[in-house]
Design a protein around this ligand. Structure first.
Ligand SMILES: [Zn+2]
Length: 1035
């Protein structure tokens, strides 16, 4: 799995589930690899990069700054070493403005930086969100249109984004390259402190009235704008609407009562001057927090900040942005809302959600908040938790909804438990069961081993390393920091766990007391229900039309003329050549060296190919088993994603499912199963499909880890039919959620499925087709038959002769891990399997639409180009970057109003063009079809600079840091050696303009032999007429 990161600038957070510190869940995830939302990011855990400290005598530590001293205008207020993460924390305050700066010194190649502001809106016009967009539209020193997007191509950032939360706006980035770090730092600082906030940018990014056809004053006046469309898209996702409404209603009195991202129908009330005022007030240095992380010299940061930005300001009292406590209610409240009817979702009678939310403690009370977080996991996670037993096991819903869990991002924290896909008549049942659960918990308490398994997972997740520690740490700290909480002590997680353990052992009723206080005797309780309304979409359209009518009603002729003129002006402004050369850029010498990666070795152990990697893993051993499943028949193969999702949740011959879950989480980070496609990277003639089992454990638990894996592989059971049925129904509900938030990925998968049989199979396993298949399958198949089919997959697949293994471990622990591994192997079944791969066949071009009743579209056009190791692959990757930056973003995003657009040359050899939350469909496909014409007419846009920028874009992916547990995965899956990856890298860097031009002729002059177009979006009667092509419509 080469990591692919599509950088979509800016993420809107509704405030729930974003920065939760969550133990691993046993679940095979559907891979939505490329579109990383912050919530996915946050699931990655806090981790440490270094070896665990062995007992040793520590001399007095050398600190680079001393408490009480002043450096470049910053007084150093606090210095602390945190041994569990091997970091030193320095807290500074700028003397004349009060700006806080938090520097984390840590031996890590990936450095990070961020600027945070506390932004508290008092309406739902999307002020902070639109300001976030506008700040990135050019500043005093860099008066370049969209410098942020432009910098994406002039940097090797490993993370670069901007995000608007319910009460803060942050601008973070990370990079391994110091020149890059300084470049980005200058641009970010200028963007937030001295943005141009130009009126035309406001029209482009925020909202505007404009003629549907800008050249035709007789055409209809409509509302356009990037954020306007973005939020229309966001509000078309029911999960988003629900969590947004939950936050607004559970803490209604202050800023959380409003939609910081903007409610589409409120956005058009925002004026440009509101925005300028908001910037002046909230982006003041006194209301600002700055974060830096890594090894690069902090003196340079301090000096730059002081000299260029802060010393010109004075301090103001920033209490205006402080968020007060929510006044506690005297009695519980109920709120009901409507949602869009989801054509991908459950049957209409089941398109309902319910949740109960309880306001808890002050988020700055970090020990209490931590304990409530643990308690919430104890209450909800896995088959041993009370809510799971009482709410999920009776199987009257599609499982927990996405809000379930503890949220500590707001000033007052809250706990939520909710269900999706249930009947309205079961709302009362839910409430009764909720109260019964609380009552039981108060009476009977919690099972010690279950609590211990939750705590073990908190501890393990501390050691488990993710590749971007600096950004994860920032995102995990932002909300607390914003509320002036103690972010430094909050990093001492082991201490918090010890304190909790001590309280639990001293007092058997420790958690029961919390239950009493926060659950039983808590009147600040919100019950939120949501039901699908067939008229939802229609009502929105009506309201939108009415809004436009109101806006136009009072306009004079001159104002109408101005709208017309603005439309043309904006169009010219967007089409004008950008003065990108004002922005800094890396040079070739900055990036010539590839990052160093530990080597992997292959051994044959009992005839099983075993890849071994010695790497600093913080005492954890990572274990992956790959089973080739290419010989399964098509129906079995289509059931494999479901198989992966449920296999470890049903217990084994020896352990009941509750007991098995407990053992797994007491000893490991969970046992995950995923489906992997492995294409031939040399010739693209064949492919195989595999199931990967992955787990990890602390050194002391490695023997148990292997035993549990062996138990599962040999003694899995699907016999508990009631439970199996429940798991299948939850699976279906979960895969149907979030189709539209990753719509571009589903559209690309859909387009790929029209190109080849392997593409089709992928879509049947990961795409919309999979959702349709499983729904249909579950409807027509008896659960007994399901059980037999799933069990038969396991019996066919889990077999030693069919398996490859990868083990990543610290050098000192490797040999004992191998010893246990050998015992594990001895016990596995071993029988011959014949077929190991399938040939690939290609289809004639075609078009397909998945009908969805959403107000935006997702378009994709895909063709097969070349396999990964073909010499043209790196050139096409570069070309994809060029097309994204120079063609698709300017035309589809900036001019036509889609939230995102791009081109992608993927690892498996498919070249795709796509759009995201797009107001158009056929118009966008026409843009895709005209790629060659554009490449010819704009030949001179492809110059040395744009070529180099595209190369940097490719490098961001090639050189992105890899977590220790995943080192060597490319070789493990695809047999791609580090030498061939290095060769790929240097071939990519050596690509010339001529190579690019030749490749354009070769792949774009004539329409490709094998391509597909796929559209996710609302019905359009004129689709065929407008496109001149036949479309297959899938309902
Ligand atoms: Zn946005």
């Amino acid at each position: 799995m080469l990591t692919v990161s599509l950088s979509f600038i800016d993420i809107i957070l509704s405030g729930l589930k974003m920065l939760r510190f969550q133990p691993h869940l046993v679940r095979a995830h559907i891979k939505k690899s490329s579109f990383k939302s912050l919530s996915e990011m946050s699931r990655a855990k806090l981790s440490s990069m270094n070896q665990v400290n062995m007992p040793s005598i520590i001399n007095k530590r050398e600190y680079i700054y001393a408490e009480g001293k002043v450096y470049y205008g910053f007084r150093c207020e606090r210095v602390e070493h945190i041994s569990e993460f091997q970091l030193t924390s320095y807290t500074f305050r700028h003397e004349c403005t009060g700006t806080e700066l938090w520097h984390i010194e840590r031996n890590d190649a990936t450095n990070a930086f961020s600027i945070n502001f506390r932004t508290t809106p008092f309406d739902s016009t999307g002020l902070p969100h639109i300001l976030e967009h506008l700040s990135l539209c050019g500043s005093k020193k860099y008066p370049v249109r969209d410098p942020f997007f432009k910098m994406l191509n002039r940097s090797v950032a490993t993370f670069m984004n901007a995000m608007t939360g319910p009460d803060y706006t942050i601008y973070p980035f990370s990079t391994m390259n110091e020149v890059d770090f300084r470049n980005l730092q200058r641009i970010y600082l200028d963007a937030v402190f001295r943005p141009n906030l130009a009126y035309l940018d406001f029209l482009q990014e925020g909202w505007r009235l404009e003629y549907k056809d800008i050249h035709d004053q007789n055409s209809q006046l409509v509302i356009k704008g990037v954020v306007y469309n973005e939020m229309k898209g966001a509000f078309s996702e029911n999960a988003h609407v629900f969590s947004q409404s939950l936050l607004n209603n559970v803490i209604p009195d202050h800023t959380y009562g409003y939609v910081s991202g903007g409610n589409p129908l409120d956005i058009p009330n925002l004026t440009h001057s509101n925005l300028v005022d908001f910037h002046k007030k909230y982006y003041h240095p006194s209301n600002c927090r700055i974060y830096s992380y890594g090894l690069f010299d902090p003196n340079k940061t301090l000096a730059l900040l002081d000299k260029e930005y802060l010393s010109k300001h004075t301090s103001i009292d920033n209490s205006y942005s402080r968020i007060p406590h929510q006044k506690r209610w005297i009695k519980p409240r109920n709120v009901h809302i409507s949602s869009r009817l989801d054509s991908m979702g459950a049957t209409i009678d089941r398109q309902n959600q319910i949740a109960i939310a309880l306001l808890m403690c002050d988020s700055t009370n970090i020990q209490e908040s931590f304990e409530l977080n643990v308690l919430s996991e104890v209450l909800t996670r896995g088959p041993n938790s009370l809510f799971f037993k009482n709410l999920i096991e009776p199987n009257f819903s599609g499982g927990y909804n996405q809000c379930t869990g503890y949220s500590s991002n707001s000033k007052d924290t809250f706990f939520v438990v909710g269900l999706q896909d249930l009947l309205v008549k079961d709302f009362t049942k839910f409430i009764e069961l909720f109260d019964k659960t609380i009552f039981n918990a108060l009476g009977y308490g919690f099972e010690a081993q279950h609590v211990e398994s939750v705590l073990h997972n908190f501890e393990l997740s501390l050691k488990h390393q993710n590749p971007n520690f600096g950004i994860t740490l920032l995102l995990n700290s932002t909300a607390l920091w914003n509320h002036e909480g103690d972010v430094v002590n909050n990093l001492r997680v082991s201490d918090m766990i010890s304190r909790l353990r001590a309280s639990l052992s001293q007092d058997n009723n420790h958690f029961q007391q919390k239950m009493e206080q926060y659950f039983a005797n808590n009147n600040h309780r919100l019950t939120l229900t949501m039901s699908a309304d067939e008229l939802y979409e229609e009502n929105f359209t009506k309201a939108e039309l009415e809004l436009v009518r109101q806006k136009i009603k009072n306009l004079g002729t001159e104002e109408v003329n101005q709208i017309y003129k603005n439309g043309l002006l904006l169009d010219a402004f967007q089409k004008a050549k950008s003065n990108t050369e004002l922005l800094p850029c890396l040079s070739m010498t900055d990036v010539s060296e590839p990052p160093k990666i530990p080597k992997v070795f292959n051994r044959n152990i009992q005839n099983v190919q075993t890849q071994v990697c010695e790497v600093s893993t913080n005492n954890i051993t990572y274990f992956k088993c790959l089973f080739n499943i290419t010989d399964l028949n098509i129906e079995e193969t289509q059931l494999v994603p479901l198989f992966c999702n449920v296999i470890s949740a049903l217990g084994t011959a020896t352990y009941k499912h509750q007991e098995f879950d407990k053992q797994v989480f007491l000893k490991t980070g969970g046992i995950d199963f995923t489906v992997n496609f492995i294409e031939d990277v040399n010739y693209a003639k064949s492919y195989s499909v595999s199931i990967m089992m992955a787990t990890h454990a602390l050194e002391k638990n490695v023997l148990d880890m292997f035993d549990l894996c062996q138990e599962l592989l040999q003694n899995f059971r699907f016999n508990d039919l009631g439970r199996l049925k429940m798991l299948i129904e939850n699976y279906i509900s979960n895969i149907s959620v979030g189709v539209s938030s990753s719509g571009h990925l589903y559209a690309m998968l859909g387009a790929t499925s029209l190109v080849s049989d392997v593409g089709k199979l992928k879509c049947l396993l990961f795409g919309v087709d999979h959702i349709n298949f499983i729904k249909n399958f579950a409807q027509v198949t008896e659960v007994l038959e399901m059980r037999d089919k799933l069990a038969s997959i396991g019996r066919k697949v889990f077999n030693k002769s069919n398996m490859r293994v990868a083990i990543n471990s610290a050098p000192s622990h490797l040999s004992s891990a191998i010893t246990h591994y050998k015992d594990f192997l001895k016990k596995l079944p071993d029988f011959e399997i014949n077929r190991i791969s399938s040939d690939i066949h290609y289809f004639d071009p075609s078009c397909q639409q998945y009908l969805m009743n959403i107000p935006v579209n997702y378009c994709a056009k895909t063709f097969f180009a070349v396999p990964y190791l073909h010499q043209d692959h790196p050139i096409l990757q570069i070309l994809a970057k060029v097309l994204s930056a120079k063609y698709l973003l300017p035309v589809v995003r900036e001019q036509n109003g889609a939230y995102g657009a791009g081109a992608k040359m993927s690892f498996d050899g498919y070249f795709s063009l796509y759009s995201y939350r797009d107001p158009h469909s056929i118009k966008t496909f026409k843009v895709f079809d005209k790629t060659y014409e554009w490449l010819r007419s704009e030949k001179n846009l492809i110059d040395q600079q744009s070529l180099f920028e595209a190369k940097l874009g490719v490098l961001q992916q090639l050189d992105s840091p890899i977590a220790p547990g995943n080192i060597g995965i490319d070789y493990f899956l695809y047999k791609m050696s580090q030498e061939s990856l290095k060769k790929y890298r240097s071939r990519m860097l050596a690509v010339t303009i001529n190579d690019l031009q030749d490749t354009i002729e070769k792949y774009f002059r004539n329409p490709p032999n094998y391509y597909g177009k796929c559209l996710l979006g609302p019905a359009d009667k004129h689709l065929e007429l407008k496109s001149g092509q036949k479309w297959k419509i899938v309902k």
